[in-house]
Design a protein around this ligand. Structure first.
Ligand SMILES: Nc1ncnc2c1ncn2[C@@H]1O[C@H](COP(=O)(O)OP(=O)(O)O)[C@@H](O)[C@H]1O
Ligand SMILES: [Mg+2]
Length: 376
């Protein structure tokens, strides 16, 4: 059981700030996924939490205790790495017992813990095997088991699935989710894979260049991305992001770009630059006058994925993607109209990259304003 508070945590390498004043609260029992592109500081942040790397500045508080100056082994956290780092000459049972032997736990207690963990992870029948006699997925389970035997208060995992093939990754994602539910423990999990984040996290923390871009539930991250960066990073194919001009006409706020028009909300705004965002799966072939957004364009390419198709539409300077079933009948060169509903349209500030929110507050002159960030 662990609640982890991170306050102004910073890691300054020579001339390079890998983690930049990160504030974050990880609640007891959370499955927090630190998500971001390679080099954004995920591993560095995790290593500081684990006590493997001394922060340049900031504090780490676990269950009310400031552990910033405590060595790793006194933090009662377990870390699972990308490489399994099992001892090749030891059996599964001995690999599992190893962390307990280091703690000088009596043999009987050790054996009980190893048996329990082996049962939990379905390793009972493999206890006498050597790592080389296991599949990749089984080895990964032993690595997780080695964290489990210590009964730590939180689990820190750094891209533990990246060495597995696609099919095994899917199965192991499910196993980890179930394990989290069963242990009701705190998980902090690092990945660059948005599918892992979306499927397992109770809370996703999106990092870019050492800073938190957004922290929220998978639903918040997907449906209310706080910035162009988050909008473009989460979702595949990524959200369409098109520079446009917002203004108002006859009491309705509009946004337009070449080939693209959106009628958004009632109100007046001063003309300003915006970025319109719409996810490929929310662009539909417009069959009537409904839909707040309309895009007139020419089909450039169709990719057939079997269950659905991805359609590339040239509209003015923009190349948009639409995704769905039933786009397969179109051909290169077809002129079509795509539409999206009002609630599917996102607006961003091109200067700051931050999300713009419509504020229809009272008798104040309506304006598009930067939204309040989603609380961490
Ligand atoms: N020991 C180190 N010394 C100097 N720079 C480092 C060190 N470790 C990591 N970095 C740099 O810090 C940045 C963040 O690295 P890392 O935390 O490993 O990113 P991620 O895990 O998100 O891929 C990268 O630019 C990396 O090159
Ligand atoms: Mg890393």
């Amino acid at each position: 059981m662990s609640r982890i508070e991170i306050l102004g945590l910073t890691q300054q390498f020579k001339g390079h700030r890998a983690v930049d004043e990160v504030d974050l609260v990880i609640e007891d029992g959370d499955f927090v996924v630190l998500l971001g592109p390679s080099g954004c500081g995920k591993t560095t942040l995790l290593r500081m939490i684990a006590g493997l790397l001394e922060p340049t500045a900031g504090r780490i508080v676990i269950d009310g205790q400031d552990v910033t100056d405590l060595p790793s082994k006194k933090r009662n956290l377990a870390m699972v790495f990308q490489s399994y780092a099992l001892y090749p000459h030891l059996s599964v049972a001995k690999n599992l017992a190893f962390p307990l032997a280091v703690l000088r736990m009596p043999k009987e207690e050790r054996d009980t813990r190893v048996r329990d963990v082996a049962a939990t992870l379905g390793l009972d029948k493999l206890l006498q095997r050597k790592p080389r006699e296991l599949s990749g997925g089984q080895r990964q389970r032993v690595a997780v088991g080695r964290a489990l035997v210590r009964q730590p208060s939180a689990y820190l995992m750094d891209e533990p699935l990246s060495n597995l093939d696609a099919k095994l990754r899917t199965a192991t994602r499910q196993e980890l989710s179930e394990l989290h539910a069963r242990l009701a423990a705190t998980f902090v999990y690092v990945t660059h894979d948005q599918v892992e984040a979306m499927t397992m996290a109770t809370k996703i923390v999106v990092l870019d260049a050492g800073r938190i871009e957004q922290a929220g539930t998978p639903e918040e991250i997907y449906h209310r991305p706080a910035s162009v960066f988050v909008a473009g990073f989460v979702g595949a194919p990524p959200m369409n992001l098109v520079p446009a001009v917002a203004g108002s006409a006859a009491g309705v706020v509009t946004a337009s770009a070449s080939g693209m028009d959106a009628r958004l909300w009632q109100g007046e705004v001063d003309e300003r630059d915006v970025v319109i965002g719409v996810r490929p799966e929310h662009l539909r072939v417009a069959d009537s006058a409904t839909g707040a957004l309309r895009v007139h364009g020419v089909v450039e390419r169709i990719e057939n994925l079997g269950s659905e198709q991805v359609l590339y539409l040239r509209a003015g300077d923009a190349l948009l993607t639409a995704r769905g079933d039933g786009l397969g009948g179109y051909r290169r060169g077809d002129a079509i109209v795509l539409g999206a509903a009002l609630e599917r349209i996102h607006l961003f500030d091109p200067e700051t990259g931050r999300r713009l929110e419509w504020v229809s507050d009272s008798d104040e002159l309506p304006a598009i304003e930067a939204s309040v960030p989603i609380p961490a």
